[in-house]
Design a protein around this ligand. Structure first.
Ligand code: PLP
Length: 407
């Protein structure tokens, strides 16, 4: 008799975005005239940059010619892309990462979700609270989290690291008396809080991981949004990170590839867990379960690093960050407490008067016809917070902020 992986039954339903859609639809049915503005959107809206489109078109043409046709891509990615990534994203920032330590993939979500497969079942995991849900859910599926405690809204065997106003929404290194987690998920710039971590604080995490033989799984999907100095773009800017960290990157928010799909993961060759090297394991997993990002998409990714491509994607990011500034300044001038929105496309606002984040969602929908994301949807630490995003249309963003101010 076939049986299922019972760990899947432990997953709490991911109802956040369907609950939001349900509430919005009900409101629309009752108020068909309402002009609803969505600032909850987590997807980019600007079209792909012209330099990238040109590269895509050229690659499509190549695929139609006998001489330049390509079949299966190399497992770990084409050299033309891995070389330019190693040079532009790492060497130029003083990070000692070589092209063969870069594994090209179809995005950071798959890699963040799959990486846990190369680690033993007995590892303990630590995540930020609030958190991008993929890290916990993929470990639930693998049976590493224990059962779900409905009242605490937490898995019993997961270490939730509080990210609060007091610590600038970046977790503190655990105390010496606490048991060190084996796998530590960090994400900066952060979704949902929009917070970043300073280089010194990230170095403290690297030192901690080296001391305790833990591995840091560092998600830098929003690296391109960093605008301030002393904010590390890569964990490999920290001394010793090659010995304790894996890093995930994405072209999704950097260059609008959410629909094209491209990302990469860095696994340094010196990195070990329990004395075993991780690079060969991830290479083996990649070779067995994945056949490479498409040639045309990898060529599109390469174009992001050309002078034209770079300039164009920078302009797009600056445009989104213009929206972020409008939201952040508008909220603050109306007396709301808000953070993020400077090095990330997310604005994390405190709900007024200690309102629950769903209660505030309802208020905003009904009184301002604006839709955002309740913070509690990202973990219990998100209660009393609300996420707004900078990916909307400019005029609608301005209009939404005016409506919130007039609440
Ligand atoms: N990591 C974080 C923190 C994200 O917020 C997202 C997307 O929202 C991803 C990874 C997924 O990236 P990709 O589109 O490359 O799969």
């Amino acid at each position: 008799m076939a049986v299922i992986n019972k760990n899947y039954l432990k997953l709490p339903g991911n109802y956040l975005f369907s609950d939001i859609a349900k509430k919005v639809n009900m409101y629309k049915e009752a108020h068909p005239e309402a002009d609803i503005i969505r600032l909850g959107i987590g997807d980019v809206t600007q079209p792909i940059a012209p330099a990238v489109i040109e590269a895509l078109q050229a690659a499509v043409y190549e695929m139609g010619q006998e001489k330049s046709f390509r079949g299966y891509a190399p497992d770990l990615g084409y050299d033309f892309l891995r070389d330019v990534i190693a040079k532009e994203d790492f060497a130029k920032r003083g990070c000692d990462i070589t092209a063969d330590e870069i594994f090209v993939s179809d995005g950071a979500k798959s890699d963040c979700g799959n990486i846990q497969e190369i680690f033993g079942e007995d590892n303990t995991i630590a995540v930020c609270d609030p958190v991008y849900p993929v890290y916990v859910d993929s470990n639930v599926m693998a049976g590493r989290t224990g059962t779900y405690d409905e009242s605490a809204k937490r898995f019993r065997d997961v270490v939730y690291m509080p990210c609060t106003e007091a610590n600038g929404f970046a977790p503190e290194v655990p105390g010496e008396n606490e048991k060190a987690p084996d796998l530590i998920y960090l994400c900066f710039p952060n979704n949902p809080t929009g917070a970043v971590i300073t280089k010194d604080r990230l170095q403290a995490w690297v030192d901690y991981a080296r001391k305790h033989d833990s591995v840091i799984l560092y998600d830098a999907a929003y690296e391109a949004y960093i605008s301030e100095e002393n904010v590390p773009h890569s964990i490999y800017e920290c001394e010793g990170a090659r010995e304790c960290a894996i890093e995930f990157r994405s072209f999704s928010k950097t260059a609008g590839f959410t629909g094209l799909r491209l990302g990469f993961t860095v696994v340094p060759k010196d990195l070990t867990a329990g004395g075993e090297k991780l690079w060969p394991l991830w290479a083996r997993r990649h070779g067995t379960k994945y056949n490479g990002a498409p040639y045309i998409i990898q060529r599109a990714g390469e174009a992001v690093y050309t002078p034209e491509g770079r300039r164009q994607v920078k302009e797009q990011i600056a445009w989104y960050m213009g929206n972020a500034k409008i939201i952040l300044d508008g909220l603050r001038s109306a007396g709301f407490e808000a953070s993020g929105g400077v090095n990330a496309p997310y604005i994390w606002m405190k709900t007024p008067k200690g309102m629950g984040s769903w209660e505030f969602f309802d208020l905003l929908l009904q009184k301002a016809n604006v839709v955002g994301t309740p913070g509690v949807g990202f973990g219990p630490g998100g209660e009393h917070f609300f996420r707004l995003t900078a990916f909307g249309n400019r005029e609608r963003t301005i209009e939404a902020v005016e409506r919130i101010k007039n609440l």
